[in-house]
Ligand binder design. Structure first.
Ligand SMILES: *Cc1c(COP(=O)(O)O)cnc(C)c1O
Length: 352
């Protein structure tokens, strides 16, 4: 890794951050007349008349305790999407720098790059959806600023071997962005406990999947305090509303709920994987460490449309590299999964 200062865009390194009222005075006072808020409450049952904590300290404290890191290693934002966008804007100069992705993978990495006019290099996964480490290392030097690795990967569902992630971190000039959106569903330990070993590692997690809060919009980036402070300097001052922060704090007090959702999901994942493999038009059920299954079928377009006619929507991934005739199916509740299986039974009869 190069020194963080030499990876940053010049304009970001030289930026004077916006100074909000709540960042200039973060203490406790009796009378707040500094932010031009209304002092008269709000026209709804909950009072939202005050600006929220720009650094979400209460939420971060709970999350830090849960994950065994310090609050200075945590960035919170409007979904992981916000962290992806901010990393792009902090480190990648339009028309000059580039990022590396390994398709088939999550679409936001390349979208966020293209929004900024940043070149995207694709080093596709190889057979078995494995990372092509040597292919990626060919781009180890600047101007490659960010390499995105998704583990477990969306849409394939498999974990990336941890020694490959380690080698990537050690071998490149820029940052490794490891997206662990599905980490709660998998057997391997998160890399969050290893941040100190890898100063150029940024880990993304989200409250959108196992935590059941996709509608809330809350995502996390874990990294060194130096990297986190860069993200904090360029984010919108109040990037997480009071409503979101309060809800997040409550969720972080209810980890039992999340654990029970995860264990139900894992039971269902095994059951559905087994059932899917028995249909004649299903040729492959890929192993999954996430809350979805990728399957290969005889005709993905046809299956997609036939399920849709029965009110069931899955994700057709057939146009993605290595995913010809593949569909991605999220694990639902037990009764939703039953509806899926009976629809597939009807189709088995039709296709026969
Ligand atoms: C769903 C998902 C996310 C979550 O994004 P949010 O913006 O936090 O909702 C991130 N990465 C991957 C790979 C995902 O599949």
């Amino acid at each position: 890794m190069r020194a963080l200062n030499s990876l940053l865009r010049d304009n970001i390194r030289l930026l004077t951050p916006y100074s909000s009222a709540r960042s200039e005075f973060a203490g406790v006072a009796s009378v707040y007349l500094d932010a031009n808020e209304s002092a008269y409450g709000s026209p709804v049952a909950t009072a939202y008349n005050r600006y929220p904590d720009p650094l979400q300290r209460a939420s971060k404290q709970k999350l830090a305790a849960l994950r065994g890191v310090s609050p200075e290693q945590i960035f919170l934002g409007n979904g992981s999407d916000e962290a992806i966008d901010l990393l792009m804007r902090a480190f990648c100069d339009p028309g000059k720098d580039r990022i590396v992705i390994s398709p088939p993978t999550f679409g936001m990495y390349s979208t966020a790059a293209h929004v900024q006019g940043v070149e995207v290099i694709s080093v596709p996964l190889v057979e078995g959806f494995e990372l092509d480490l040597s292919g990626m290392l060919e781009y180890s030097a600047l101007p490659t600023k960010l390499m995105f690795v998704c583990s477990p990967n969306n849409p394939s569902g498999n974990l990336v071997q941890s020694d490959k992630i380690e080698e990537l971190c050690r071998g490149i000039d820029g940052l490794v962005v490891l997206d662990e959106a599905y980490t709660d569903f998998c057997s391997d330990k998160s890399f969050v406990s290893r941040l100190e070993e890898f100063p150029n590692l940024v880990i993304l997690q989200t409250f959108s999947k196992a935590w059941g809060l996709a509608g809330l919009r809350a995502g996390v980036a874990y990294a060194s305090p130096e990297i986190i402070s860069v993200l904090n300097r360029i984010k919108f001052p109040y990037n997480m509303s009071q409503a979101i922060q309060e809800t997040l704090e409550k969720a972080l007090d209810n980890t039992n709920y999340v654990e029970s959702v995860v264990s139900k999901t894992l039971v269902e994942r095994t059951r559905i994987a087994d059932a899917l493999s028995k249909f004649s038009f299903v040729s492959e059920v890929f192993p999954s460490d996430a809350n979805f299954l990728l399957i290969r079928v005889a005709d993905a377009d046809r299956l997609y449309n036939d399920l849709l006619k029965r009110g069931i929507v899955v994700r057709n991934r057939t146009t993605q590299p290595l995913c010809q005739n593949c569909v991605r199916i999220t694990i639902g509740t037990e009764s939703e999964n039953e509806m899926l299986l009976s629809a597939l039974q009807e189709l088995e009869a039709d296709y026969g």
